[in-house]
Design a protein around this ligand. Sequence first.
Ligand SMILES: [Zn+2]
Length: 280
Amino acid sequence: MRILILVLIYLSFPSPQGLPTGTLRWIMPAGTQGPLRETLRGQKGDTIPAAAKKLINVYKDFISGYADNHIIFKDQTKMLWDDGIKNKSNKALLDNPDLKDMFNQKYPVGLQKVPPAPNSDPGRVRNEPFFLKMYGATEKQVEKNLTEITWCPKLVGQKIRVTKINGIDKKLSQISKELDEHPELKKYLSHIGGTFTWRNIAGTNRHSMHSFGMTIDINTAYSDYWQWACKCTNENAVIKYKNRIPQLIVDTFEKYGFIWGGKWYHYDTMHFEYRPELIQ
Ligand SMILES: [Zn+2]
């Protein structure tokens, strides 16, 4: 009994690193003693991929966290993060991306000095179920979340319908307010080309982001679209870049989490879409 007590005292005597000396130290590899447990705890919390963290940060109304290769929603449902399929073709990325694929190209915030490289379309890869879940899975469900705002009250005064989800109506009102102070931009901001329309992208079976009320096309008369340039819907067409939209408009939208279609090889310069996960 006396020996047993002595052994117990020996095992529980703290080492300078704060861990018990004795057996535990002998069975653990050198260098993994003191801080081991803390490190493991830290790494466990850190296994959330950086891109998944971005998604969690910007869609706090919907997402509660990440676990086991899934994004976890507040309603306890989950969505696969990485389907493990490597080397997807551009077509596969557009038609069937997982959540991770949405981050496969970095969106360049600010002034674009050179036209986008072939097939550089950051933000054009979209996991459709994710947006259907947040904004509404049917036309009726999306419509329930829409509200009307007055676009640029001083310069334009057009009523547009946008979603309240993710505070997008408030963000667009703020963008409108700032742009309304620039009469020189009036011609680009007049005759808003469209906000909400439940439809597919021309030539595809994919939902247009306009189906969700979080996207706005400004004046088409001063805009350019790759399909108009090539007079085709062929993704593999060689396209000549063209843009007439002033940078101030782009900067103002980006400030509130909207990406611009003018930064795509398959450009769409009237098009602004709420994708704050790509702007952080
Ligand atoms: Zn558009």
